[in-house]
Design a binder for this molecule. Structure first.
Ligand code: NOJ
Length: 755
C-alpha cells in the first residue's frame, strides 16, 4: 500500500514537472518567434524602464516617455498606477507600436499599497512570517487592482547601523530572520501562479550589501570580506531567490571596488551561476549613470560594464537606449547579451500573462472592491498591534486604566501625516487614524486632556529639508516655552501622562541618514519638564529606526515602541495602551545606548580579549558599557514568562541525526499573552572565528494566564553549517552551545557536540 502511494506521488510529481517543462517550451517558442521579428533597437527598448508619475527618487526625470512608448522604446514604466492611467499607457504599447508588446508597470509597494501596514522594520518585529506574508498578499491584491504588476519589494538589506535611514525598510540585523521574512514576502506577492490577476512580480533589493554603507550614510562605500558577505549579508537575498523571486534590483553601492550595477562577479557569477537565478535584473534609479560619478568611465563605458555584468533593465537612466546599439555594433557588448536580457524581460511579461491579456491588471471592479477593504484595514490593525514593542513598563503603569485622569501630550497625538511612515507612495495619510481620533471614537470626546507640548521638529533647517519633501511640519504660533508651560499645566491636572513623541516620517527612509539618533532636543526638553511634575509618564514613540533612549529609559515609567504603524495606527495604539491587546513585538535591531557604540549587533564575534571589569587591556569603552540598551529579540509583555531548563534529545549528534530542543514556557503574570521563544546556537571552535550567538529558530506561542506549554524545535546539521574560508558550506565537528530564551541575552543554555 505504502509503496503504491509512493509510486502515485512520484507519478504526480513527474506529471507536474512535465507540465512545467511543456509550459517552458511553449514560452520559449513564443518568445523566440517574437524576437525574430524584433530589431536591435526594439530589443534595447525592452530594457528601458522610465518613471512616469510623481515619485522621483533621483536627480534625473524621465522625458518624452509617451513618444518613446509609441516607438517601442520602453519595456515598462514605474510610478504610474490606477486603472485609468495604466490603461492609457498600455493602450499606446499594444495599439500603437509595431509589435504590440505590453508594458510592465512597477511601483514601490513596500509596506502596503493603499492600505498601509507598519513600516517593514515594524513588520519584522512581529516575528510572524505568516502575518507578514498576509500583508504582502494584501498589498499585491491592492496593487494589482490598481494596474500594477511589479512590486519593488522586499528590501532585505541586513542593517547594523541605525544611522542609515533605510533600516526602516528592511527586517533588521539578522540574516536568518531576514531570510524568513524575505521568503514570506516573496510568497505573499507572487503566490504560486504569476498569471493570476492578483499576483505580481516581486523584486528583491538592493543586491547587494546596500545596508553596510560606511558610517550609515546613504549611498556610501561598502567594503567587506567575502566571508562576511556569505555568512552575514547574503542569506536573505539567497533565500528570496530560492523562494522563486522573479526579479532582483541592483544596489547603488560598490562591492570590492566595483559598483553592484556593473559587477559581473555579483550579478552573473554569484547570482545567476551559483544561485541559479533565472529572472530579470533591474538597476536601481539611474544606478548605471551613477557609475560615472563612482569613477568607472563615461556613459558608454558604464553601459558596457552593466550590460556585460548581467543587468537586464535600466531604471530611468536611459544609458542602454542611448548607447546600446553602438555598444553592440562596436563589439563591446555581444549581441547575445542584449538578446538574453530582452528575453528575460519578455519572459517576465509572459509569466504575468500579459501577452494573453495586456489589461489583466486593469480592472475597475477589483479596484473598487479590493482597495482599502474592511478586511485589509483589520489586517493593518492586527499587524500594527503585533509590531509594537514594549521597551519598559515599571510598576505596571501600562495598561492604562480609563477611569483615571489621563493627559495625552505631544505633537504626534493628533498627527496623521506621519503615521504611514516613509515609502508609502500610494498610501493616503489623510485616511490614517490618529491616536486622538481613535480615543474619541472609543471613549467619546472630551474624556482626556491634551496639549501639543512641542513642535515635532523645531530646528528650521531640518524642518525645511523635511518640508521640501511633503513633511508638512508646521511651527506652532506659540513659542516652544509656551508650549512646554501649557503641557506642564495639563500634566499637573492628570494622574498619568502619555507623551507621544518621535521622528517625523521623513527622518528615516531613503537619503535620510542621521548622525545623532535620539529624540530631537526640543522634544527631550518637553519630557524633562514633564518629568519634573512627578507624574507617571508613558512614552509612546514613533520612529523608523532604533533610537538612543538612555535618558528616557532611566526617567520614563513605560516606553512603547510603535514604529510608524500605518493606516490603523491610532486604533492599534489605543488598544495596546488600554490593555485590549497585549504587546508582543520584539526588536529585530539592537538599540544602542549612544551612537558611539554603532555598529552594534548581537551576532558579533568574540575578541581575543573579552571584556573583564578587573582587567585594563580588555575590549571596552571607557565611557559606556559594551552592552546595548535593548538587545536584539527584546520586548516585554503586560504579563511575564518563565523558561524551564533546556532538554536536548541527545547531547551528541552525528550529521545524520535530528536534534530535539525542548523547553517549557509558562505565563507567570496576570494577563494572557504571546511570547516569541528564540533559539540561538554558538559554534565554540571553528576553522574561522564564529559569532557568539546566531538565531536559528523561533516560535510565537499564545499562553493564557497561568498556562504552560512545551515548545520544541528540531535542528539538523544544516543549522550548524557556515561558509568556511574556501567559501564552502560546511559543518565542523566539535562543541556547540544551544540557547533558548526570551531575547538574545536572557537565555538558558545547553552543551551539544557534533561528532
Ligand atoms: C530608489 C530606491 O533605492 C529603490 O529602493 C526604489 O525601488 C527605486 N528608487 C524606485 O523608486
Amino acid at each position: 500500500m505504502f509503496r503504491k502511494l509512493l509510486a502515485i506521488a512520484a507519478l504526480v510529481t513527474g506529471l507536474q514537472a512535465n507540465a512545467q517543462v511543456a509550459q517552458e517550451v511553449k514560452m520559449n517558442q513564443f518568445i523566440t518567434t517574437l524576437m525574430q521579428k524584433m530589431t536591435l533597437e526594439e530589443k534595447i527598448g525592452q530594457l528601458n524602464l522610465p518613471s512616469v508619475g510623481f515619485d522621483v527618487t533621483g536627480p534625473l526625470l524621465s522625458q518624452g516617455v509617451e513618444e518613446k512608448i509609441k516607438k517601442g522604446l520602453v519595456g515598462g514604466v514605474f510610478n504610474t498606477y490606477t486603472p485609468v492611467a495604466v490603461r492609457k499607457l498600455q493602450d499606446m504599447a499594444v495599439k500603437e507600436t509595431r509589435l504590440k508588446i505590453p508594458l510592465l508597470f512597477g511601483y514601490d509597494v513596500i509596506h502596503g499599497h493603499r492600505t498601509i501596514f507598519p513600516i517593514s522594520l515594524g513588520l519584522a518585529a512581529t516575528w510572524d512570517p505568516a502575518l507578514v506574508e498576509r500583508t504582502a498578499r494584501a498589498a499585491a491584491d491592492e496593487a494589482t487592482a490598481d494596474g500594477l504588476n511589479w512590486a519593488f519589494s522586499p528590501m532585505v538589506d541586513i542593517a547594523r547601523d541605525p544611522r542609515w535611514g533605510r533600516v526602516s525598510e528592511g527586517a533588521g540585523e539578522d540574516p536568518w530572520l531576514g531570510a524568513q521574512m524575505a521568503k514570506a514576502m516573496v510568497r505573499g506577492y507572487q503566490g504560486t501562479d504569476l498569471s493570476k490577476d492578483n499576483t505580481l512580480l516581486a523584486c528583491v533589493k538592493h543586491f547587494a550589501l546596500y545596508g553596510a554603507a560606511e558610517a550609515g550614510r546613504d549611498y556610501n562605500t561598502v567594503d567587506m570580506s567575502r566571508l562576511k558577505m556569505y555568512n552575514e549579508y547574503l542569506p536573505p537575498y539567497k533565500a528570496a531567490v530560492e523562494a522563486g523571486v522573479a526579479t532582483v534590483m541592483t544596489a547603488f553601492n560598490e562591492i570590492e571596488g566595483v559598483p553592484a550595477t556593473g559587477n559581473k562577479w555579483l550579478l552573473t557569477d554569484l547570482l545567476r551561476k551559483q544561485w541559479g537565478f533565472k529572472g530579470m535584473i533591474v538597476t536601481d534609479y539611474t544606478a548605471i549613470n551613477e557609475m560615472m560619478a563612482h569613477g568607472m568611465g563615461d556613459a558608454k563605458k558604464v553601459g558596457e560594464l552593466s550590460l556585460n555584468a548581467g543587468v537586464d533593465m535600466d531604471m530611468v537612466g536611459e544609458i542602454f537606449l542611448q548607447h546600446g546599439i553602438g555598444l553592440v555594433k562596436s563589439g563591446k557588448v555581444p549581441q547575445s547579451i542584449v538578446d538574453a536580457a530582452c528575453r528575460r524581460v519578455l519572459e517576465a511579461k509572459y509569466k504575468l500573462g500579459l501577452f494573453d491579456d495586456p489589461y489583466r491588471y486593469v480592472n475597475e471592479t477589483r479596484n473598487s472592491t479590493q482597495i482599502m477593504s474592511a478586511e485589509k484595514l483589520l489586517l493593518s490593525k492586527e499587524a500594527a498591534i503585533k509590531s509594537m514593542v514594549l521597551l519598559k513598563n515599571a510598576n505596571q503603569v501600562l495598561p492604562l486604566n480609563a477611569a483615571k485622569k489621563i493627559a495625552f501630550i505631544g505633537p504626534l497625538v493628533k498627527d496623521q501625516r506621519n503615521l504611514i511612515g516613509s515609502w508609502s507612495g500610494a498610501g493616503d495619510w489623510k485616511k490614517a487614524i490618529s491616536i486622538w481620533s481613535a480615543l474619541e471614537q472609543k471613549f467619546g470626546a472630551g474624556k482626556f486632556l491634551y496639549a501639543k507640548g512641542a513642535n515635532l521638529v523645531d530646528d528650521p533647517a531640518l524642518r525645511k529639508r523635511l518640508n521640501d519633501h511633503d513633511g508638512q511640519i508646521a511651527s506652532d504660533e506659540k513659542t516652544p516655552d509656551q508650549l512646554i508651560a501649557e503641557a506642564v499645566q495639563t500634566a499637573q491636572q492628570a494622574d498619568v501622562v502619555v507623551a507621544v513623541l518621535g521622528e517625523a516620517f521623513g527622518m528615516s527612509g531613503e537619503a535620510a541618514s542621521r548622525s545623532m539618533i535620539g529624540l530631537l532636543d526640543n522634544q527631550l526638553e518637553l519630557l524633562k519638564a514633564l518629568k519634573k511634575t512627578g507624574k507617571p509618564i508613558v512614552l509612546v514613540i514613533m520612529n523608523g529606526r532604533p533610537l538612543t533612549l538612555s535618558w528616557e529609559d532611566q526617567n520614563m515609567d513605560a516606553i512603547l515602541e510603535t514604529w510608524f504603524a500605518g493606516t490603523q495606527a491610532g486604533p492599534a495604539i489605543t488598544e495596546v495602551l488600554f490593555g485590549e491587546a497585549n504587546p508582543s513585538g520584539k526588536l529585530t535591531m539592537t538599540f544602542p545606548r549612544n551612537v558611539g557604540q554603532v555598529p552594534i549587533y548581537y551576532n558579533a564575534k568574540n575578541t581575543g580579549r573579552p571584556f573583564d571589569e578587573n582587567q585594563k587591556y580588555t575590549t571596552k569603552y571607557l565611557d559606556v558599557p559594551n552592552t546595548p540598551l535593548y538587545p536584539f529579540g527584546f520586548g516585554l509583555s503586560y504579563t511575564s514568562f518563565g523558561y524551564s531548563d533546556i532538554k536536548l534529545s541527545k547531547s551528541s549528534i552525528t550529521a545524520a541525526d535530528k536534534l530535539q530542543v525542548t523547553v517549557t514556557v509558562s505565563n507567570t503574570g496576570n494577563y494572557d499573552g504571546e511570547e516569541t521563544v528564540q533559539l540561538y546556537i554558538r559554534d565554540m571552535v571553528g576553522s574561522i572565528t564564529r559569532p557568539v550567538k546566531e538565531l536559528r529558530r523561533f516560535q510565537k506561542i499564545a499562553l493564557k494566564k497561568g498556562e504552560s506549554k512545551e515548545v520544541s524545535f528540531t535542528l539538523t546539521v544544516e543549522d550548524l553549517k557556515f561558509y568556511n574560508k574556501d567559501l564552502k558550506w560546511v559543518s565542523e565537528p566539535g562543541d556547540f552551545r544551544v540557547f533558548v530564551g526570551t531575547n538574545s541575552q536572557e537565555v538558558k543554555e545547553a552543551a551539544l557536540t557534533l561528532k
